[in-house]
Ligand binder design. Sequence first.
Ligand code: COA
Length: 373
Amino acid sequence: MADKPTKGLADVVAASTALSDIDGKAGRLFYRGYDIHDLAGRTTFEETAHLLQHGSLPSRDQLAAYGAELVRGRTLGGLVASNIPEIAAKQEPMEALRTLVSLAGADDADKDSNAADANLRKAARLTAQQPLLVALYHAARTGATIPDPDPELSIAANFLLQITGRTPSQREVEIFDTCLVLHADHTMNASTFAARVCAATLSDMHSAIVAAIGTLKGPLHGGANEQVMRTLEAIDPSGVAQTVRDKLAAGEKIMGFGHRVYKTEDPRATHLRKMSRELGEASGDDTYYRMSKEMEEVVFAEKGLYPNVDFYAATVYHYLGIPTDLFTPVFSVSRMSGWTAHVIEQHADNRLIRPDSEYIGERDQKWKPIDER
Ligand code: COA
């Protein structure tokens, strides 16, 4: 008989990876051995994606080649491009991305290959296309005309330009770029696990990413950042503490708090808190930052819980002018670099992921013909 399962697979080691590592007690996160505190604010998202997908921080020449590949990879096939208007009219942002990535798979030149070189090319294309898909979706639903991505600009700069319709400041680009770096990978989180389970059947990269997007969508995972902003918007600034206490008393979870692995502050939250404060002060109205800070203090006092990556990401994105329902899609823009790297890693040393289950149903049932049931 199988061992008793650990509910939610907590503490179960489900895969070996050289991509990222968490020390939950010390509150530390590493991408391929680099401390997130060394990368954040010093390494661009493009360099980080290269680190994850290719295994090393790029030299100048490697970065130029990878950057050129990303620029080429943005070109969308006819199937996905022609369907954006109808999808934008009918689907919520994360549903739409799930559909659009699936359609993009049909147009991908390497769709029938799981070979390492084909996977690397698909990883670059998916990383390049995801921000564009979000921007085109948003443009289609709002009727806005957006500028084509500028090949001279970074993914972060192009995305802010296309989403907000205005040229972002250098500092805004730096901050958003850091957000993308902070969200790029995070060991066996639910969406990455979903991607690896799919890839481990020797299914293709796009199928694995569709599984990941569907998994990221839920409010216990990527959807939490949007819920954080909706909570802040719904609360009276003078009633933060009482609202939090009421919610906790009613047994509600406060979105953006708690983590399966971190038992202390999530190191990504440390950076996001600072950036939220900076942007809030620069905007001339830091109400949401101050409300967040108060909420953090009350949740810690009441439950001993720390904010996770989604908590301060919400106000950072808000201050950057990103619509609230695009917060989770932004997470996917970044996490695409990690998901694709995990699929590459899974295919490189594969075994089917097929755990056991504990049977808790009835036994020894006697079959009866349909008229006797
Ligand atoms: N607000 C209030 N209580 C919370 C909480 C939160 N955000 N997160 C955890 N808790 C409490 C639970 O109610 C539970 O209390 P209990 O033992 O008295 O029942 C305890 O802490 C353990 O929580 P549990 O949900 O079992 O932990 P988990 O490891 O399964 O879940 C999360 C981890 C992240 C899913 C969970 O903390 C959560 O739902 N957070 C809110 C959603 C969120 O921000 N998700 C983004 C994660 S990066």
